[in-house]
Design a protein around this ligand. Structure first.
Ligand SMILES: Nc1ncnc2c1ncn2[C@@H]1O[C@H](COP(=O)(O)OP(=O)(O)OP(=O)(O)O)[C@@H](O)[C@H]1O
Ligand code: SF4
Ligand SMILES: [Mg+2]
Length: 315
């Protein structure tokens, strides 16, 4: 049974001003995407800057309200209509590790406070005279699990390197024993050697715990290394979805091929999707035809667990 099932999810933002305003009023940041994440599965969401990865993640934890579609947790919890109390419980099970640890860790808090501040209202740690002691023990254990130590609890975020801060963010996400950890570009701001250390930490955690991941990155090669299945996203839509090994060997979509050819520094901005006619990739596609400008390709089966959105891929 999937931990999370996303169907036809949509989010558009108003375009009040600026260059694109004259083409239409909305940017379709997430445009009808569907995917699921299984138990203990790592699902990668990959695409260039601006394609809608963070918006998707935020919709999953209701930091944004969607404009359509559904998000089902486990077998029947309708996330998009949860009331406040149930939403809080859900957010203990689905944790979001933010893109930028420098900004998401409050510089005035000690690491202990950073880790436990979200836990005090939770049913896992009810108000009692022993609660602080239990929280301290849990915070120490989780910090050690991510490679830091008890002595770090009283230090401030600014005393740590970028890699260490990311470890702290991951520890904060894990403290509630979530089922699903959403990791949004958790390695992209780090040096390559530190990236490897954080990825190895995540691999260790995945082996030790019953944990599913939504792993968001612009780097398709990193995703292929880390993920079980991958969805390639462009202008708010899934262009291709496949098991990671299959995508690596037999990526079919012209955009997937382009992503493989980019090095880590070659990330371009994909312009937002403002016009939904035609293939979203048509203006950059080397094999586009006239049809691609006028018709919108559907995401169709291209093999076992493999789907692709392109008129020119014959299966
Ligand atoms: N709060 C917002 N208001 C208006 N537009 C937004 C908002 N958040 C995102 N967008 C737009 O939605 C699109 C998708 O943005 P999003 O942040 O989800 O992309 P991303 O794939 O996470 O990019 P990055 O790799 O840079 O983090 C972009 O065009 C962005 O400008
Ligand atoms: S549908 Fe057309 S424009 Fe879109 S990816 Fe395929 S060939 Fe390229
Ligand atoms: Mg983002």
């Amino acid at each position: 049974m999937p931990v999370i099932t996303v169907e036809n999810l949509q989010k558009r933002f108003n375009l009040e001003a600026g260059f694109f305003a004259r083409f239409g009023r909305f940017v379709y940041a997430v445009n009808d995407i569907s995917f699921h994440i299984g138990e203990n599965e790592t699902y990668g969401l990959v695409g260039e800057s601006g394609c809608g990865k963070t918006t998707t993640a935020r919709l999953l934890v209701r930091m944004y309200e969607s404009n359509g579609g559904s998000v089902i947790y486990r077998d029947n919890i309708d996330v998009l209509s949860l009331a406040k109390k149930e939403l809080k419980q859900y957010r203990e099970k689905v944790k979001y590790v933010f893109q930028d640890p420098a900004r998401s860790l409050n510089p005035r808090m000690s690491i202990y406070e950073v880790l436990v501040s979200g836990c005090r209202g939770s049913s896992r740690w009810p108000r009692s005279c022993g609660r602080e002691q239990q929280l301290r023990e849990a915070a120490t254990a989780i910090l050690e699990e991510v490679g830091l130590g008890k002595e770090d609890l009283e230090r401030r975020p600014s005393e740590f390197s970028g890699g260490q801060r990311q470890r702290i963010s991951i520890a904060r996400g894990l403290l509630m024993q979530p089922d699903l950890l959403i990791c949004d570009e958790v390695v992209s701001a780090l040096d390559v050697s530190i990236q490897g250390q954080i990825l190895n930490l995540l691999l260790d955690l995945r082996d030790k715990r019953d944990l599913s991941f939504l792993f968001i990155t612009h780097d398709l090669k990193v995703a292929c290394y880390f993920c079980d299945r991958i969805g390639v996203m462009y202008r708010g839509e899934l262009m291709e979805e496949a098991p990671a090994a299959e995508l690596y060997k037999r990526g079919l979509h012209p955009y997937t091929k382009l992503l493989f050819s980019l090095d880590n520094t070659g990330v371009k901005n994909s312009n937002p999707q403002i016009n939904v006619t035609g293939c979203p990739f048509a203006d950059r596609c080397p094999i586009a035809t006239e049809r691609c400008m006028k018709e919108h390709p559907a995401l169709v089966e291209a093999g076992a667990g493999h789907k692709v959105r392109c008129f020119q891929i014959s299966v």
